[in-house]
Design a protein. Structure first.
Length: 274
């Protein structure tokens, strides 16, 4: 059996009609993403949202998010990013009991043979992220417990340098080396999936692969300079699709959001050309 896990990230939902950065209404973009997910030929088993779910961590924004996600009739696993508020998130989604009650929103859920470990990198009131000893101790324990399973670790701030200057300045400020050392001891970790960057980026990390995902709305400009200014663009939006079967590696795709012409067969004048 093939299992798909969709990763949505950085949806930055505002109250209905409010624009992010005075310019973009993120809600219709999430609506399009949901439509694209519902159009997928193989329906995903679940969706994981790797943070910056809303723009200011307000209950009214989370209520709007819940409304926008409602057409997805599959489990949606929520994680906080630097724009979120852990308490408002939990209060707004009381049915999402996996969010727990501890200081950090960290949890383990099993999705058809793969264990998803959500790691909380957010720091209240700060754009930067961190991993402290307590968060890493939880991960160490969960990695030990999940030996023999395939594991995906999810976190908002990527643990690697992206070379986009302004984003690295608000990246993961601590715990990255410790995380790499921990993951290197666990070869059952298939991948580390992240948000925050609003772009698709992949890097080798801790003996596994770490990646970020585009946003369903706005993207961070591809400016790979240390002094890159903080700018965004409306490049085509997307999401990640992580896929696996009964055994073997987790494979990750990049999906574009939208309704495009096609599909067409690889045929010309009755002959197969591919
Ligand atoms: Fe974001």
């Amino acid at each position: 059996m093939t299992t798909l896990l969709v990763q949505l990230t950085d949806t930055h939902i505002r109250e209905p009609g409010k624009l992010a950065y005075g310019r973009i209404d993120t809600a219709p973009y999430l609506r399009e993403a949901v439509k694209s997910i519902l159009r997928m030929k193989q329906p995903p088993a679940a969706v994981v949202m790797t943070g910056d779910l809303v723009d200011f961590g307000r209950p009214t924004e989370y209520a709007h998010l819940a409304e926008l996600l409602e057409p997805l009739k599959i489990p949606v696993y929520l994680m906080p990013g630097n724009h979120d508020d852990r308490h408002a998130l939990r209060r707004s989604f009381p049915g999402h009991t996996y969010l727990g009650t501890g200081e950090f929103v960290q949890y383990a859920v099993d999705i058809e043979g793969v264990r998803l470990l959500a790691l909380d990198t957010s720091v209240p009131g700060r754009s930067e992220g961190m991993l402290c000893e307590r968060r890493l101790a939880w991960l160490a324990q969960e990695l030990q417990r999940s030996r023999g399973m395939r594991v995906i670790v999810a976190m908002h701030h990527p643990p690697f340098k992206t070379f986009i200057g302004h984003m690295d300045k608000i990246g993961l400020q601590s715990g990255s080396d410790e995380l790499a050392a921990l993951l290197a001891k666990h070869d059952h970790v298939q991948r580390v999936i992240c948000g925050h960057l609003h772009r698709a980026i992949d890097a080798r990390f801790g003996g596994t692969i770490a990646s970020t995902s585009p946003s369903p709305a706005h993207q961070v400009c591809l400016d790979l300079s240390p002094d890159a200014p903080s700018m965004w663009t409306l490049e085509p939006p997307g999401f990640r699709v992580h896929v696996w079967d009964a055994e073997g590696p987790v494979v990750t795709h990049l999906a574009a959001i939208g309704d495009f012409p096609g599909p067409y067969p690889f045929h010309e004048n009755g002959a197969l050309i591919d």
